[in-house]
Design a protein. Sequence first.
Length: 52
Amino acid sequence: MRQSPFLQSVHQEMLRRRYAKRTIETYLHWISVLASFRWYLRLTKSPVSSLH
């Protein structure tokens, strides 16, 4: 799977700081999950999204 430029930059920075491979994978996963959730909220125009 191809990563976004943002996720690539996060990955490179975490490698530079010598994070463990599993830690990097976990961070990238949760960043993706959060981004997908925020995208979903915008699509559905949920009342929750209007609180932010």
